[in-house]
Design a protein around this ligand. Structure first.
Ligand code: NAP
Length: 285
């Protein structure tokens, strides 16, 4: 039983009770609902980021979406509003740290809170290693890694003040395996894996959970040139046990889990959503 100490705040007492939980703690089913919460999704204008934004809106959250293409953001905002949620469009280049900081503050100021940050913006260059320039390196790392890091840094005090929050980073199956011609992308996502773990460790003190979702092969604008070639499609799908590329809705369950109180005791983890591709390391039968 927690000891009663004079002068402790109600919040402090609740924290202490939770820390000293007994083995017989009562089972209470957590909620997957996000009503009254606010989520910001970078890369939310299309593809996987848009799918995640819609999943969070379905679960009840109001949504801010950030990317560079205004008409895609407007169309995405229309879909969110059609679900009965509020939508804020925040045109942002996540490769620009000042813009990333402004994006966080604009969202928090507009809604008066910010509970969930999803770092989904990303680019890929499919080329052999010798062809990459310093400019390619700087641009890809800025968009895929640096922007996400500074978004997490900027959002921490806001979430801390609210008593906690959830950060979801979009990694990739290249957290675990590497395929040819995506070296810069794989390096950036490898960094994101460790960033997720490093932030999870330090942010736990503020009850901010930091996790990653690592998709396998999904058919989006990023991969359209690849999947549009029938031989490449067949070859890719032949090593996916569930027999098809992923679609944005396949991320919905994990997204809502990692954004809701149902994941309050999960941090520093990655959920792979790959149709089973990792089971045999991509080896053909
Ligand atoms: P996508 O359709 O090309 O979407 C990428 C999103 O990121 C777009 O909204 C794009 O908007 C945004 N973005 C790119 N550069 C940006 C920048 N500088 N500033 C702000 N936003 C930027 O590709 P996707 O497949 O949905 O990819 C989404 C995430 O999933 C990426 O992190 C990707 O690495 C990851 N992923 C994808 C797959 C897959 O198979 N598709 C697999 C594993 C991981 P603008 O271009 O308008 O800025």
């Amino acid at each position: 039983m927690p000891t009663k100490r004079a002068g402790k705040s109600t919040k402090g007492k609740a924290k202490e009770r939770e820390r000293r939980m007994t083995p017989n703690s009562e089972f209470e089913m957590p909620s997957f609902r996000l009503d009254g919460r606010v989520a910001l999704i970078t890369g939310g204008g299309r593809g996987l980021g848009l799918g995640m934004a819609l999943a969070l809106a379905h679960a009840g959250a109001d949504i801010a979406i950030a990317s560079r293409t205004a008409d895609e953001l407007d169309a995405a905002a229309g879909m969110i509003r059609a679900l009965g949620r509020q939508a804020l469009v925040v045109p942002t280049d996540v490769g620009d740290v000042a813009a990333v900081r402004a994006m966080i503050h604009r969202t928090a100021a507009h809604f008066g809170r910010l509970d969930v940050l999803v770092n989904a913006a990303g680019i890929n260059y499919r080329r052999p290693i010798e062809t990459f320039t310093e400019e390619d390196w700087d641009k890809l790392m800025a968009i895929n890694l640096k922007g996400a890091f500074f978004a997490c840094q900027e959002v921490r005090p806001i979430m801390k003040k609210q008593g906690g929050g959830k950060i979801v980073n979009i990694g990739s199956i290249v957290f675990e395996i590497v395929v040819p011609n995506v070296a810069l992308y794989a390096i950036s996502k490898g960094g994101m894996r460790q960033m997720t773990r490093a932030l999870a460790l330090e942010y736990a003190a503020d009850r901010i959970n930091v996790n990653a979702i690592a998709p396998g092969r999904f058919w989006t604008k990023m991969t359209d040139a690849f999947f549009s070639v029938p031989e490449l499609y067949e070859s890719a799908v032949s090593v996916i046990p569930l027999g098809r590329p992923g679609r944005p809705a396949d991320l919905a369950g994990a997204t809502v889990l990692l954004a809701s109180e149902a994941s309050d005791y999960i941090t520093g983890q990655t959920i792979y959503i790959d149709g089973g591709w990792l089971i045999n390391g991509g080896v053909k039968a």
